[in-house]
Design a protein around this ligand. Structure first.
Ligand code: ATP
Length: 236
């Protein structure tokens, strides 16, 4: 059974048809990327999976469980962790307090501490800054914190919305190494990226989205070699 299966999904904002019949799937342990330019509908798909937008029609199955009728907090309980576009950490709270916000599902204190230690193992930089207010962190550190907070939910599917946005290339490289490591440890990942080269070098499969519809799909290798993808997304 697929980790995630999206079938014929339609999402609208009033008269704007943002997502028009999108279908894709992600197997357990995979990294799958959705690529496409600004406004193609990528964020809307993630937001709908998370229950932040409502599907007009279609289905979203997480290991066979239908998500489209569930409230957002129930979807988190099902195992979806979402790192939204623009990171959105709580700037006035410390690193530790931000991480704790992600731990709503874990009830006891010992478990929360253990989980936080795991996060600090992945991101030693966050450990060094644990008492610092999130608003004073660099962009890269805030992205690490947003990732860490999502990991605190111990979800089985991590959804990342443009993790490279606004970051220097060297920091992007560091973040993507961490993303691959998180995946290698067993978390499935749905990745949205405008940087197609980066996405295709991280994911095993990818789907190209154009104005709300999937226009191409395949293994990352196939797409990297595809003339249309090269011309439209890889600056070749
Ligand atoms: P970006 O990288 O800019 O976020 P995207 O591929 O993620 O692009 P979406 O943000 O999903 O695209 O937007 C898809 C379409 O829906 C666009 O035409 C956008 O203008 C529109 N849209 C997105 N959010 C809203 C909203 N809250 N209200 C109305 N229209 C919206």
């Amino acid at each position: 059974m697929a980790m995630l299966e999206v079938n014929d999904l339609h999402v609208s904002y009033g008269a704007i048809k943002a997502v028009q019949g999108v279908s894709f799937k992600l197997d357990k342990g995979e990294i799958v990327a959705l690529i496409g330019s600004n406004g193609a509908g990528k964020s809307t798909i993630l937001r709908t999976i998370s229950g932040l937008e409502r599907a007009k029609s279609g289905s979203i199955l997480l290991e066979g469980t239908e998500l489209t009728k569930l409230k957002a907090h129930k979807i988190v309980e099902q195992g979806i962790a979402h790192v939204p576009e623009g990171r959105r950490v709580f700037p006035g709270l410390t690193v530790t307090e931000n991480l704790r916000m992600g731990a709503n599902l874990i009830k006891n204190k010992a478990e929360i501490s253990a989980e936080m230690e795991k996060i600090f193992d992945i991101f030693p930089r966050l450990k060094e800054r644990e008492k610092q207010q999130a608003g004073t962190l660099s962009g890269g550190e805030q992205q690490m914190l947003a990732l860490g907070r999502a990991l605190m939910t111990e979800g089985k599917l991590l959804m990342l919305d443009e993790p490279s946005m606004g970051l220097a290339p060297i920091i992007v490289e560091e973040i993507f190494e961490i993303i691959k490591k998180i995946n290698a440890e067993g978390t499935s990942i749905l990745l949205i990226e405008q940087n197609a080269f980066l996405a295709l070098n991280t994911a095993s499969h990818a789907y190209v989205l154009e104005t709300g519809k999937i226009t191409m799909q395949g293994s990352s290798q196939e797409l990297l070699n595809d003339e249309r993808v090269k011309a439209a997304y890889l600056g070749a």
